[in-house]
Design a protein around this ligand. Structure first.
Ligand code: ATP
Ligand code: MG
Length: 297
């Protein structure tokens, strides 16, 4: 079993490589290829997780389908047989882990929904009693459920800088009041639908990030959706507010990196086989629990 750390599609124009995905321009469209790279503490690790890119892609596809009545999305096809002929030689690299999507103008906002306090939300609440300027009741803990899900937008950071939480008014200033209201409404509607599904699988969807694009027909859901990379999923049975909740997917990785006392500066270390295997099992478990299916590999 080997991990695909980087794709190489010959003359296909490479637009960029994110921490996890490689992006290519294909005709007028965009090809998103999820590799097996894994990041922790904002660094890509030297070791990959075999099939992680396939698992993430299949999770996104599951959600696009489940949510298609709530919001239209950017997917053209994830079937390599339907990809343009120029991609045929790269089938091995692409199958199961790539999506051809409509290339659209993206709203310059990360649309985050939170149903629970964690991460930067918890930090702001502890310091100010608010999240993105939204006042919350006192007495909440790290990991507490919020009285109702809230829209907590963030700036889209360039070149690896940290996203910064912003107030709703800043979204209005950036995209206009009508579209800001639409982004908030869609973000919460999708969160609610997805959180209800996750709950039926014994998972808590603590928070998640969406990115939307603009088309002449209206707003569409783009990027990846509701994967363990863009969302915090917690095992409902293990949920215990009052401290950081174990990360569903990356806990073994983080524990290992803490154990070896990595200083969280580049170059990032690799992972021992056992950590790779256990982590792969967690990603597969997320897929299995969310979709009720076994991943076809
Ligand atoms: N349909 C689309 N049209 C145009 N751009 C898109 C579309 N879907 C996603 N994108 C953009 O493609 C990029 C995907 O990059 P990716 O998430 O892999 O890396 P990144 O965001 O640069 O870094 P990170 O790895 O930290 O997420 C994002 O900038 C996203 O906004
Ligand atoms: Mg991204």
């Amino acid at each position: 079993m080997s991990a695909l750390l980087q794709t190489n599609l010959g003359p296909t124009p490479l637009i960029g490589r994110g921490k996890v995905r490689d992006l290519y321009a294909v005709d007028g469209a965009l090809l998103l290829v999820a590799t097996d790279r894994i990041s922790a503490f904002d660094h890509v690790l030297a070791t990959g997780i075999p099939d992680k890119g396939k698992i993430l892609t299949q999770i996104s596809l599951f959600w696009f389908n489940l949510l298609k009545d709530v919001v239209p999305n950017h997917l053209i096809t994830a079937d390599v047989d339907e990809f343009p002929a120029a991609l045929k030689p790269y089938r091995e690299q692409l199958a199961g882990r790539s999506m051809l999507v409509k290339r659209v103008e993206m709203f310059p906002v990360e649309c985050v929904a939170r149903g629970y306090l964690a991460g930067s939300g918890w930090k702001e609440y502890r310091a100010e009693g608010t999240v993105c300027g939204i006042a919350l009741p006192g007495g909440l803990q790290d990991g507490s459920q919020l009285p109702e899900p809230i829209f907590t937008p963030a700036t889209k950071s360039q070149d690896g800088a940290h996203d910064e939480n912003i107030a709703y008014e800043q979204v209005e200033a950036a995209v206009g009041a009508t579209e800001a209201a639409q982004l908030r409404r869609l973000t919460l509607a999708i969160y609610n639908r997805a959180a209800a599904h996750a709950e039926s699988c014994g998972l808590i969807l603590a928070d998640t990030k969406f990115e939307f694009g603009k088309m002449t027909e209206g707003v569409i859901l783009a990027d990846e959706v509701l994967t363990p990379d863009s969302s915090r999923f917690w095992d409902a049975k293990a949920w215990k507010p009052g401290g950081a909740q174990p990360s569903f997917d990356k806990q073994f990785v983080r524990d290992y990196l803490e154990e070896i006392r990595w200083n969280k500066q580049a170059p990032a270390p690799g992972l021992p086989d056992e950590v790779v295997e256990r982590t792969r099992d967690k990603y597969l478990e997320a897929f299995r629990r969310l979709t009720g299916q076994e991943l076809a590999l």
